[in-house]
Structures are given as C-alpha cells and as structure tokens.
Design a protein around this ligand. Sequence first.
Ligand code: ZN
Length: 489
Amino acid sequence: MQNNLIIYNSLTKKKELFKPLNEPFVGLYVCGPTVYSDAHLGHARPAVIFDLLYRYLTHLGYKVRYVRNITDVGHLENDADEGEDKIEKKARLEHIEPMEVVQKYLNTYYRNMEQLNTLHPSIEPRASGHIIEQQEFIKTLLEKGYAYEVNGSVYFDVAGYNEKYRYGKLSGRVLEELQNNTRVLEGQDEKRNPFDFALWKKASPEHLMNWPSKWSTGYPGWHLECSAMSIKYLGEEFDIHGGGMDLLFPHHECEIAQSTAALGKESVRYWIHNNMITINGQKMARSLGNFITLDQLFSGNHLVLEQPYSPMTIRFFILQAHYRSTVDFSKEALQAAEKGLQKLLKAIENLNKIKPCASSTVDIDILKKRCYEALDDDLNSPITLSHLFDGVRIVNSLIDGTAKIDESGLKALHELFDTFVFDILGLKDESAGAGDEKLTDDLMKIIIDLRQDAKDKKEWAASDKIRNELKNAGIVLKDMKDGVEWEKE
Ligand code: ZN
C-alpha cells in the first residue's frame, strides 16, 4: 500500500516513514485511563490525538486494530510501588466497591469521549480481566532470570536486564543517574535496587483487590498489564504504541524492559507521545485549584471558567496545536477556538448556497494535496486546519462573487470539507442535532393541536386517523390530565 505518512518515533527520536509490519493491518495500542475520578482535560488530549491517528490510518485504507486499555487495578498513588491503590482509596472514601468506582468513572469517561466525537477502540481490555496473562508473563520473566521473588512479591531486575539490553533507551535515562536519584521509600528494602519495579505485589491484609498466585495473594504491578495485553491482542511485534508524555517514564520504559526481556526482541515499532497541557501557563493539578473535569468544562461550572466550552470547541482547540507541542488552555485561546470553529462550520453551511459556473478561478485540488501533505508530516493538524481556512476564504469569495467555481470544483470543495473536517479531524456541527430535536418538537405540537381541533369538532375519524398514523410511525400519544404527551415506541 502506497503511503507517505511520516511519524516521529519517540524511541529513535527521528521522523520515520510509517511502514506497517503486516500490511494492510495496523496494530495500535494506547495507554488508557486509570478510572478513579471524573475524566478531565488531561484525558481529552490523548483521546483526540490518537482518535485522529486512528481515523487517518483508517482513511488511508489500513485495517487498524485499536486497543486502549482500562487500568482498574495496580496503579498506586504517585505511580509508586508502595502505597494505596488509587481506585481502592476512592472506594474507601465513597464507601463503595472498587469495581463500582471503576464503573462509575468509566461511564463518565465514555460519555465525555462520545461528546468529543472520538471513535470507540476495537478492543478495550481491563487489567483486572487479564490477571492470568500477567501471571504467565511473570513466570516467563522469572524463568529467564529477569525477575526475582522476595516475601511473596516479584520485582523486575533492572540491572540484570541492563547487562544484556539497554534500560533507558526510550527516556534517555541511564542507570547510574537513576541509582543516585531514586528515592528509597520505606518498605522498598525488598528490592535489590531502588529502580527495580514491582511485577507482583503481595497484598497487605487491608488491601481489597487481590488474586491468588503461586507467590502470594496479591495484585499485578501497574506496568505489567500493558505488556501482557498489547502482546495478547496485537502479537509479539506490533506497529504503534501511544500515550501521553507523562507515561514515557517510568511506565513505557518499564513496558519495553518487560516485553524485551520476555520475548528477546523489541515489541513496538513506533512509539508516539502527545505532549502535556497547561492551564493559564500552569500545570494542571488539584493542589493548584485549576483541575478541570470535562463535565465542568462543557458546563462552565468551575471557578476558573467564565463560560462553558462545547466539546467540539475543545476538540478543535486540541487540533489547533501539533500533538508534540504543549497546549495552554487560556480563556483567550479557547474563545478564539470557539470563533474559529464557528467560522469553519458557517463556511461549510454556506457551500449549499453556491451555484456552479462554467469555469473556475479557484484550485481545490491543490488544497486537498496540501491537507494530505500536512497530515503526512507527523499528523500536523494545525497546518491542515490552516489549509482548510484557505478553503473558507474561497467559499467566502464565491459567496461575494469575487471568485467562480465550476461543477467539478464545487464537488471537490464539498468533498474536501467532508473528508478532512468531519471524517479525519472528527469535528461535527453540534447545533445540527439540537436543531433537529427542536424541529421535531415543533412539528409534534402542530400535529397534536390539529388532533385536538378534530376532537373538539367531534370529527372522530380524523382524530383517530392522526393517532393511528402516528402509531404506525412509531410515535405514541398519551392523553394526560393537562394535555397530550408523545413518545417514541
Ligand atoms: Zn500502559
């Protein structure tokens, strides 16, 4: 398959031509959320960026298997090997089961992801559903001598691994530095080295989520699930592994070590990381009071917000920056994004008013070519958008009569917006659905009034006809005390 997609590989630190291992199939694994709180701004960026990648690869004709995991066990506070499980902590606070915490916040996450118009991944495996696979993985690492057991817990032997392979190849960290900089926390004396990490942890008596194993009743280390599940669903070698830059170290570094030690070879061809977001120039953190959930952002219900921002404004805003740059969520930037999106959608709406001429003074093919070139250049969505705004200028000049377009050009212009704005960038007109609902309500009111008129005049045949025809169309009228209500069957 012919493609010109060049992506930046975080592993080689180079832009590389994308070449799948097994065309036309592409394996894409993205680290998903640890579901212990409402989805927030930090979740929106990777979701939108990897949705863009998924959409673009699919558009190019690849059959993409997109796997995004759900972390529902083993992710401890501060990403450490000691301390409380984030989900268990929330379960204690809310007096509910850990799996209720997961379900509750997963429901919100899915709703928010749909609002952001991200497509569902092909598989969404959960860590708690793959305990056996993770235990098998640990057995392999123990057999190969890259792990050791202490008091019922199993740790990965980073120094031993480093003798054969290079630990730190993704993050660029070297073992000597880690030796000096890793804090030795209380309870870590089980490890041979402070930079070793847990594969299996023996559970303390108060720990809620445990599974039996040959080492102890316990739970898997956080990094292990992604090695076990990516290999299970995408094979020993697969194309792309993605996630936020905050996961690069230690999570992805540890994943590479685990998988390479178990398989004797590299598992992932291309590592892709999206950069972080800031809010008014500051890192988002609960302690800074600028922690904004997506629901708060969409409703405007937060102290730092003066207005709500629609999910599409947020999506557009995220796409306005290249995924490897930082993005600052400031009021001015969000308001500008809101205006920009409206301008783009207005132009697309105005397309329908344009009548073709016998000849053209505008070139749509060149715009289309530029849009592809921008996306092929490491998914450069801001440049793609700037070309689409050239398209907006063309629409405006066609409307005010300073330019002309022929029939095939007009068709190409429609296709340009359909393909890039809606299919690939995944934007949508949020007012469209709302408008339809209002229209339906208005029409139903007219019909119900007509039926009431017929009844008032004792024209029973007419009123029955209205009721029966609506029923045939799947709409049921209900006579209530204070009027008539309708609902879909
Ligand atoms: Zn992961």
